[in-house]
Design a binder for this molecule. Structure first.
Ligand code: PDD
Length: 314
C-alpha cells in the first residue's frame, strides 16, 4: 500500500491517506504526480520514498545549502544555461565546492527528465554542505550532499491568467543576501504563510520603503506602457525571469527600467506582475484588498504573457 500514495488525489479520504503514509513519505505532498518519482541522491537514482539523508546533514541542521528550480517544457529545460550559472554563483557565494562539472549537471537534469513521462516538469536541484557533527564553522573534507527531483509542471490556471491573483504587502524581514538562492527560507516561508492566511496568493515586500520581491517570485510594476523592476542587488533574488523579461520587453516594445521603486509607486501602479519559474508571469490584481489599477489584468501583462508562451514553445 505504499506505491499508490504517490498517485493519490488530495480529495482521497483520510483513512486512505493515513493507511498509505509511511515514515518516509508522511506529509510528502506528491498528489498529482500520478507516477512513481525517481530522485537523484549523491550519484544514484532511487525511488523518492527510499531516498534518505542523515539527520546530521547541514541542510537539515542549519539550512546550509543552495537550490535551483528549473522549468522544462516539452521535456527540454528552459533557460538551462542561466539556471546553471546561478547555481554556480550560489555555490561560490556560500563556499560550497561545486560537486559536478557543467556536463555532469546537464546530464543529471537530462536523465531525471527522461525518467519521467510528463511533458512539462520542474526540476529541483539542491546542494548542501554535507554531513558533519553539529558545529557552525565549515567542516573540512566533507562531500556536499547533492539531491535532485522532478515534478509535473502545471501552468497557472487560465482563471488566474484571466483574473489575476491577490497579494498583500509585508515588511521584508529577511537577511541581506537574498541574491543567494539559499535553502534557508524561513523568512520566505513565514511571509508566504502570512499571505495565505490573509487569503492571498503572494506577498509584495518592502525594505526601507522600497519594493524588494515576493516570497517566491519577483515583482514588477507597470505605469502606462513602461515596466519597472527592482535593481539586481543583494536585496532580491535575480530571477531567471529577469533576463527573460528584459528580452520579452525588447521584443514587444515595452520600455523596461530597473531601479529602486518606492512603496508609493507600487500603490499607484497601473499593473503589478509577479514572475517565477513555476508561475511564469501573472497579474496581481488586488493588493491589500484594493484593486491594482483597473483591478483587471492590463495590456503590459497581456503582451508579456503572450510573449512568454511563445518563448516557452520556441
Ligand atoms: N522561487 N524571488 C524569490 C525569493 C524566489 O524564491 C523566486 C523563485 C524568484 C523568481 O526566480 P526565478 O525566475 O528564477 O524562478 C524570485 C522558486 C520558483 C521556488 O523557490 O520555488
Amino acid at each position: 500500500m505504499v506505491a499508490p500514495h504517490l498517485g493519490r488525489h488530495p480529495d482521497d479520504d483520510d483513512e486512505m491517506n493515513t493507511a498509505t503514509h509511511t515514515a518516509a513519505t508522511a506529509g510528502v505532498d506528491t498528489a498529482g504526480a500520478g507516477m512513481a518519482q525517481t530522485v537523484y541522491l549523491n550519484g544514484a537514482f532511487t525511488p523518492l520514498e527510499e531516498a534518505r539523508v542523515p539527520v546530521l546533514d547541514r541542510g537539515f541542521i542549519f539550512g546550509d545549502g543552495i537550490y535551483e528550480v528549473v522549468p522544462a517544457y516539452a521535456r527540454r529545460p528552459f533557460r538551462w544555461p542561466q539556471h546553471l550559472e546561478r547555481l554556480k554563483r550560489s555555490l561560490a557565494a556560500v563556499g560550497i565546492g561545486n560537486p559536478l562539472d557543467d556536463a555532469g549537471w546537464t546530464r543529471l537534469v537530462t536523465e531525471l527528465i527522461a525518467r519521467h513521462e510528463w511533458a512539462d516538469q520542474f526540476v529541483y536541484l539542491q546542494v548542501t554542505r554535507g554531513v558533519a557533527r553539529r558545529d557552525h564553522a565549515f567542516p573540512q573534507g566533507v562531500a556536499p550532499t547533492v539531491f535532485a527531483m522532478t515534478s509535473p509542471l502545471v501552468p497557472p490556471a487560465a482563471e488566474l491568467v484571466a483574473q489575476g491573483v491577490a497579494a498583500i504587502t509585508l515588511p521584508d524581514e529577511r537577511w541581506l543576501h537574498c541574491d543567494i538562492k539559499s535553502t534557508s527560507l524561513l523568512g520566505n516561508v513565514l511571509a508566504r504563510q502570512a499571505a495565505v492566511q490573509a487569503g492571498a496568493a503572494e506577498c509584495v515586500m518592502f525594505r526601507d520603503g522600497f519594493l524588494t520581491e515576493g516570497s517566491a517570485s519577483n515583482i514588477w510594476v507597470a505605469r502606462g506602457e513602461r515596466l519597472y523592476g527592482p535593481p539586481k542587488d543583494n536585496l532580491v533574488l535575480t530571477g531567471i525571469r529577469y533576463g527573460l523579461i528584459e528580452e520579452l520587453c525588447e521584443r514587444t516594445g515595452i520600455a523596461l527600467q530597473l531601479r529602486r521603486i518606492l512603496r508609493e509607486e507600487v500603490q499607484v501602479a497601473d499593473e503589478l506582475l509577479l514572475s517565477s519559474a513555476t508561475k511564469e508571469v501573472l497579474p496581481i490584481t488586488t493588493l491589500d484588498g484594493r484593486p491594482v489599477g483597473s483591478g483587471r489584468p492590463g495590456p503590459v501583462f497581456a503582451k508579456l504573457h503572450a510573449a512568454y508562451q511563445q518563448a516557452k514553445a520556441g
